[in-house]
Design a protein around this ligand. Sequence first.
Ligand code: URA
Length: 210
Amino acid sequence: MRTLLADHPLVTHKLTLLRDASTDTATFRILTDELVTLLAYEATREIRAVPAEVTTPVGIALGARLADPKPLIVPVLRAGIGMLDGMTRLLPMASVGFVGMVRDEESLVASTYANRLPARLDGREVFVLDPMLATGGTLVTVVSMLLDRGAAAVTAVCLLAAPEGMARVEAAFPGDNVRVVTGAVDERLNDKGYIVPGLGDAGDRLFGEI
Ligand code: URA
């Protein structure tokens, strides 16, 4: 696994507002959307492209177009849904699959309750959206599902990460075909599996407590 820490002042500024316990749900959604678009710029830095000519009003320019097959975006339900618009803004041609994971609050073990992924992903680049890389259990499960289907490369886009989760993903995927792009790596996890100082429960803050 490779890690890219997007330590840009705008990312830090928006993350600081996002962390604030007094930030309301409407503002939290907007900030998440903006942050994801900034992280998406970094996450797509290695996206495959092929040379392409274009006719301008004045001449021929040599540029590039994204290669086929087009990428797949996978938001991890529920909180990853809050990141989808920010990602598709930069990759409108991507298709979107879904994985639903829920964490047992006692054991902290995540289990899969929904799976809408293509049967095969041979040669495809996949972007996984999960705001909080905490224990790493969810991300290890989702990345394994994608690599098992033949994905060429998997990039996880996370707003925040804990060192414990990073280490777990790194141990599971030592190769360079798995990357994590995050806005910050925080201190640690608490005994409930929350990132400290973190921002609380990302799903609750995005969608309200249900
Ligand atoms: N999930 C969250 O929403 N927040 C955390 O701090 C950890 C996991």
